[in-house]
Write a protein that binds this ligand. Structure first.
Ligand code: GLU
Length: 280
């Protein structure tokens, strides 16, 4: 079977040089391996995603010369798939509703410092809602209280055992999902989270090779747990270096200097962009 790669941008801003690098690297690797490249639009965050950014993604990738095999998968059209995966986790008894707001968690953590952080620097969920009884949970949900569905990570790990993944250039890499604590897998108003959607989509799209930025390296531990619980095969991973700005900072979608649209308006060509990201 030929390998299947994917580029999976979120339409919450315009693409910049970092996205160009990721998209071009995926396209080059797919081409070299005689495989195919898929495009996925990760638009579940409906407060931040906008259709004009999505249109711009198609335009910018087209300009760069990146081609993908249709159909494009827009996550917002596949909530039923994420709900089905969530239901499997629920049947396993590994998901529970947590009712604390972000502010409540932050207040608790501020009073309990030093408090452990996840690899992204966010406080590990303190776990108060885990102690609620089934009746209390049902009552709170029925009262309309907002909640997030969290994965009981300790029980999940007890079920999956130790997990690894194959990382290009490194080899077998030990997953460390405990470092994340009880991650959110869905919310009251959205039946998925990034972690759940990405795992479901990679599996349903038959993705064999995940090539994405180094900033998502640690998340792979969570993805491995979800893949194992849901019975999905693990793709191979390649977490590439991030393109940094002059100050050595990660590029942001709001920094115009490195936006593909601005660079194009300045007269840069797709060949210039390849050179700028080191893909000559
Ligand atoms: N949608 C994510 C982003 O734009 C990428 C997710 C992934 O490649 O797994 O950062």
């Amino acid at each position: 079977m030929p390998p299947v790669f994917r580029f999976a941008p979120s339409p919450n801003g315009y693409l910049h040089l970092g996205h160009a690098y990721s998209a071009l690297l995926n396209a080059d690797l797919a081409h070299r391996a005689g495989g195919k490249l898929l495009l996925r639009i990760e638009d579940i965050d409906e407060t931040r995603c906008r259709s004009e950014y999505e249109t711009a993604i198609y335009e910018d990738l087209g300009w760069l010369g990146v081609t993908w095999e249709p159909p494009i998968r827009r996550q917002s059209e596949y909530y039923a798939d994420y709900r089905a995966a969530l239901a499997k986790l629920e049947v396993l008894g590994l998901v529970y509703p947590a009712f604390e707001s972000r502010a409540e968690i932050a207040r608790f953590v501020a009073e309990s410092e030093p408090w452990p952080r996840d690899p992204d620097g966010a406080a590990i969920y303190p776990g108060q809602s885990k102690a609620l009884t089934e009746t209390e949970r049902r009552e709170r949900i029925a009262s309309g209280a907002p909640y997030a569905l969290r994965l009981d990570m300790e029980s999940a790990i007890a079920r999956t055992g130790a997990l690894q993944w194959a990382e290009a250039g490194i080899g077998t890499t030990e997953a460390n999902p405990a470092a994340w604590g009880d991650v959110i897998v869905a919310r009251r108003e959205t039946s998925t989270s990034y972690h759940l959607a990405v795992v479901v989509d990679d599996a349903l799209q038959g993705v064999t090779d995940v090539v994405r930025g180094r900033d998502l390296y640690e998340s792979t531990s969570v993805h491995r747990v979800l893949q194992s619980l849901l019975g999905f095969a693990a793709p191979q991973y390649r977490h590439h270096a991030l393109i940094l700005d002059d100050q050595g900072e990660k590029l942001s979608k709001s920094t115009q200097a490195t936006g593909l649209r601005e660079l194009r308006a300045q007269g840069k060509t797709p060949v210039d962009i390849r050179r700028m990201v080191g893909l000559d």
